[in-house]
Design a protein around this ligand. Structure first.
Ligand SMILES: *[C@@H]1O[C@H](CO)[C@@H](O)[C@H](O)[C@H]1NC(C)=O
Ligand SMILES: *[C@@H]1O[C@H](CO)[C@@H](O)[C@H](O)[C@H]1NC(C)=O
Ligand SMILES: *[C@@H]1O[C@H](CO)[C@@H](O)[C@H](O)[C@H]1NC(C)=O
Ligand SMILES: *[C@@H]1O[C@H](CO)[C@@H](O)[C@H](O)[C@H]1NC(C)=O
Length: 435
């Protein structure tokens, strides 16, 4: 215990030092970048050509080339420290799938306070429009649209998202933004247009009497904020977001939130009863047609989640330091500890507002629960599925999502008794992120 504590202090001190160093590097590179801007590769090579023509010296050309290569290398290094361009501004993307507790975890950022601009599921509109247009989703086209909309939103530009809103906004005014009130940034004073009685039927915010959303105001407010966070359950493959990492205007960090696929299925069968009616049928009869479309879909989802996580955990050069994997079960059991880790990863201060929100919302009593509620006794919720999901269904999930369960440290159950034996934990202790 004591040794652990000492190690974490040492680790923390090391972190502070690394952070300081980064700042110094950014400041130095800031100056260097300014000096270097006029010497773009094109101008430089043109210049060396003239040199060569005038005195025929190959040495000077070689020198120029090596200087240029060095500078190019440095520039490349600086783009890794993108703080140069983003001036400490952080962009957080919380990636999840439905029923993994992402609304709850999204609140960690929504509650951050005045310097955070948080958006809740803006891609809902994109998915809806693409599904309507094509009668099914073209995964490639959808991934591209998601990426482009996210990129713009992180830059406070709502124009592409507007094109997916239905009805199309007029003068950037909309009443149709999906769950606007879930983003406190969209309901604060500066984004609250006057509510005119009789013109629109309802208020558009819970906490304030706001009229329809003026997206120009939203954009202006966003630009004033230091950090930006978006939560989405729609991105399928982490790799499709690589251009966001490479955009020098963004300093993006991904937090992938995962949950035991067996628990997710159990939760979806309740929340999306109509869509999951086949599963409910199978749960009753105990007979699952393993090659059914629904089962293949489940496998596809599990594979996408696993493949994204595998890329993230492998920490390829382009993703280094920008990916964190979090299990819902760990957040539910140790909310404050995990929130602290997440904030440390993002480099954004963990505010007292977030702390008190977490305290208030992880110790709630039973009455406050609803299917979309974030106010639940989180330790209790985490095991509930074990009593609602029939063993036969759990077995099917284990079969098609096996590698996913394994990667995230979810234990297989071998019998009905084991499934419902609360003294057997199905969550292995696992550390995913070493920073
Ligand atoms: C760029 O970074 C690499 C590794 O971080 C380092 O070895 C190299 O010296 C740096 N190059 C320059 C020109 O600063
Ligand atoms: C899916 O979208 C991509 C990119 O827009 C396009 O090239 C491809 O033809 C589309 N595929 C289908 C089956 O529509
Ligand atoms: C929306 O907000 C912008 C910026 O504050 C303002 O110029 C514009 O008039 C507003 N639009 C409407 C229709 O109120
Ligand atoms: C939440 O649930 C856990 C586990 O059942 C229990 O120990 C704890 O007392 C509960 N907390 C509250 C505030 O209800």
């Amino acid at each position: 215990m004591r040794i652990k504590y000492t190690i974490s202090i040492v680790f923390f001190v090391a972190l502070v030092i690394i952070e300081k160093e980064n700042n110094i590097i950014s400041r130095v590179s800031d100056k260097l970048t300014l000096k270097q801007t006029p010497q773009t590769p094109l101008q430089l090579s043109g210049f060396s050509h003239i040199l060569l023509k005038h005195n025929g010296s190959f040495t000077s050309l070689t020198k120029m080339d090596s200087t240029f290569t060095l500078m190019k290398q440095r520039l490349e290094n600086y783009s890794e420290h993108q703080e140069v361009m983003t001036r400490g501004r952080k962009h957080i993307l919380l990636l999840a799938t439905t029923r993994t507790g992402s609304s709850f975890v999204g609140e960690f950022f929504n509650q951050q306070g005045d310097n955070m601009f948080y958006l809740f599921e803006p891609l809902w509109h994109v998915e809806k429009m693409l599904t309507l247009d094509t009668g099914g989703t073209n995964a490639t086209a959808a991934a591209k649209a998601y990426r482009d909309v996210l990129q713009q939103l992180f830059l406070c530009d709502f124009s592409l998202l507007e094109s997916f809103l239905d009805p199309l906004p007029m003068d950037h005014i909309t009443t149709a933004l999906f769950r606007r009130e879930s983003s406190s940034s969209l309901c604060e004073e500066s984004v609250c247009s006057p509510f005119i009685k009789g013109v629109f039927e309802r208020y558009h915010c819970r906490t304030r009497r706001c009229g329809p959303l003026n997206l120009t105001m939203a954009s202006e407010s966003c630009l004033q904020k230091e950090h930006r966070a978006i939560k989405s359950v729609r991105v399928r493959q982490l790799e499709t977001l690589r251009p966001l990492v490479e955009d020098p205007r963004l300093d993006i960090k991904f937090i992938q939130l995962v949950r035991d696929p067996r628990a997710v299925l159990a939760s979806r069968m309740v929340a999306f009863a109509a869509k999951y009616k086949n599963w409910k049928q199978w749960a009753m009869t105990g007979d699952v047609p393993i090659d059914d479309e629904e089962v293949r879909k489940l496998k596809g989802n599990c594979d996408n989640i696993r493949m994204s996580a595998e890329i993230g955990l492998r920490q390829p050069r382009w993703l280094r330091g920008r990916y964190m994997l979090v299990r819902y079960e760990d957040i539910a059991r140790f909310p404050m500890r995990k929130a602290t880790e997440m904030y440390r990863f993002t480099g954004i201060p963990f505010t007292p507002q977030v702390k008190s929100w977490i305290l208030k919302n992880t110790q709630a009593s039973k009455e406050t629960s609803g299917v979309y509620s974030t106010q639940k006794n989180s330790s209790e919720q985490v095991e509930k599925w074990r009593f609602s999901l029939p063993f036969k269904i759990a077995q099917v999930v284990q079969k098609v999502c096996g590698p996913t369960l394994k990667l995230f440290g979810y234990k297989f159950v071998s019998s009905e008794e084991m499934l419902t034996d609360k003294s057997v934990s199905l969550i292995e202790d696992k550390v995913f992120n070493f920073l």
